[in-house]
Design a protein around this ligand. Structure first.
Ligand SMILES: Cc1cc2nc3c(=O)[nH]c(=O)nc-3n(C[C@H](O)[C@H](O)[C@H](O)COP(=O)(O)OP(=O)(O)OC[C@H]3O[C@@H](n4cnc5c(N)ncnc54)[C@H](O)[C@@H]3O)c2cc1C
Length: 436
């Protein structure tokens, strides 16, 4: 019987699904001890700090993660940042395999003039702010103007726009932290534009998210019906249409045809629009867009432009991985071949491996593919010293027991208000909840 030790870095979906795949791969010939390291005192990665508060069902996947964590071969080391508190070499020398599941947390830049004006922020800041991530809770997001522009044509852009355009009373029963909730309640934003560079048919929004939009009770959704028809005509001219494009175009048609109620709050989609410049006098006042057209399937700049006056711009055009000492990154991801970091016993799963694509479930199949590679590569188990020896006694580790205390305290704080939880957003308080 071979007994292997595996380190997983990052307690998001990729981390937990990797642990689950390893647990499932145990048999009479091999068993695994799994140590999961997480830099935050809270777990579940973007399930906690990315998924929008008004989509609580999606967060129920956390129950699966907690089941994985309850197995006897699993240990949690929260409040430990790899590359800072423990070096990557300390993991590679002690563990038979190290699986980096550290995600993608830095927003890609637009690279246009005015991008650094106050009032221009990235979804990589706005999303963790409204989700109570302890590193972002103190951001001062200015919602005093009436109009916001969200740049990007994927589900993250949609989440940002929806959170701004919702009637905040819809967020009252959610786990939106109190500081963000009161900011949304006093927000003057009434009109939110979402702008995409390419055509309606190219947008990366997924059909279920689009189909949910007309269900918003207090917000009108606008899309130019002619743009939807033109997109239909273009894809039909190509012939073979992918299934998701068909569902998306159908969802767009329903949005265009849905009767508008004349709500003060509105979201409007603008396609074929490339942001060229953010203008203003020391702060955001307007975004200038170049107008594109599609010819022979290619997006072409017409040379014409238009602008949208606004006070807030959120760019949601993708993420790249944050650097980690001792790990080689290339093009925003950990350099890897199908999940193997060649020449090492390091592997990677999830957004750190693939970049920011796919839903939570995508990380499950990804994890099981990479665990198969690990099984192929494993040789004699290492006889190693426990990693605990490297953690000073003064450093508070959030183990599974401490995390359960934090989780339970948040849930019980939410009960009187009928909320799933009230998130604690300060590092210090989270750490002290872990002690109680
Ligand atoms: C705004 C937004 C909304 C989304 N909404 C949905 C949705 O509704 N439905 C859906 O299916 N998918 C959604 N997704 C996608 C989903 O969240 C991702 O597919 C998934 O979270 C990626 O998992 P991951 O484990 O690779 O990364 P993450 O979830 O980002 O987890 C990475 C973890 O690694 C930790 N970490 C990073 N560096 C270190 C380090 N050096 N040491 C220790 N720990 C470290 C981080 O703190 C984090 O906890 C959304 C994504 C975003 C950004």
């Amino acid at each position: 019987m071979a007994h292997y030790s595996i380190a997983i870095v990052g307690a998001g979906p990729a981390g937990y699904f990797t642990a689950q795949a390893l647990q499932n791969a145990q048999n009479e010939d091999r068993i695994f001890s799994i140590d999961l390291f997480e830099r935050l005192p809270t777990m579940w990665g973007l399930v906690r700090s990315g998924v929008a508060p008004d989509h609580p069902k999606i967060k129920t996947v956390a129950k699966v993660f907690e089941k994985v964590a309850a197995e006897p071969n699993f240990r949690l080391f929260g409040n430990i940042e790899i590359g800072r508190d423990i070096d990557i070499e300390d993991l590679t020398s002690r563990y038979d395999a190290v699986v980096m599941c550290t995600g993608s947390s830095i927003g890609k830049k637009l690279g246009i003039p005015g991008e650094d004006f106050p009032g221009s922020i990235s979804a990589a800041e706005f999303v963790p702010w409204y989700n109570g991530h302890p590193d972002y809770a103190r951001l001062d997001i200015d919602l005093s103007g009436t109009t916001a522009v969200v740049i990007g044509a994927g589900n993250v852009a949609m989440d940002c726009a929806r959170m701004l355009a919702l009637n905040p009373s819809e967020l009252d029963p959610t786990d939106t932290p109190e500081y963000a909730l009161s900011k949304f309640h006093s927000s003057n934003i009434r009109k939110v534009y979402i702008a995409g560079r390419r055509g309606v048919e190219h947008a990366a929004f997924t059909a279920p998210e689009l189909r949910d939009l007309p269900k918003l009770e207090h917000t009108d959704i606008h899309i130019d019906a002619d743009q939807v028809s033109a997109a239909h005509a273009r894809v039909e001219a190509i012939g073979e249409i992918e299934k998701h494009t068909v569902s998306n175009l159908e969802a767009w048609r329903l949005i265009a045809e849905h009767p508008k109620s004349g709500h003060e709050r509105a979201m409007e989609f603008r396609f074929l629009s490339t942001p060229k410049e953010i203008k203003g006098n020391g702060k955001v006042e307007e975004v200038v867009f170049g107008i594109n057209k599609i010819e022979n399937g290619k997006v072409i700049d017409t040379g014409e432009s238009y602008s949208i006056p606004c006070s807030l711009v959120i760019s949601a055009i993708g993420y790249q991985a944050a650097p980690i000492n001792g790990v080689y990154f290339h093009n925003g991801i950990i350099e890897n071949e199908a999940g193997r970091v060649l020449g090492t016993n390091i592997y990677t799963v999830g957004w750190a491996k693939r970049g920011p694509s796919g839903v939570i479930g995508t990380n499950k199949s990804d994890a099981s593919d990479v665990v198969n590679l690990i099984l192929e590569d494993l040789k004699e188990p290492k006889a190693t010293m426990d990693i605990q020896m490297l953690i000073p006694e003064s450093h508070q580790v959030i183990d599974q027991g401490s995390w359960s205390k934090i989780n339970a305290a948040e849930i019980s704080a939410g009960e009187p208000a009928g909320k799933p939880r009230i998130k604690e957003v300060s590092w210090t308080k989270l750490l002290s909840l872990g002690l109680n």
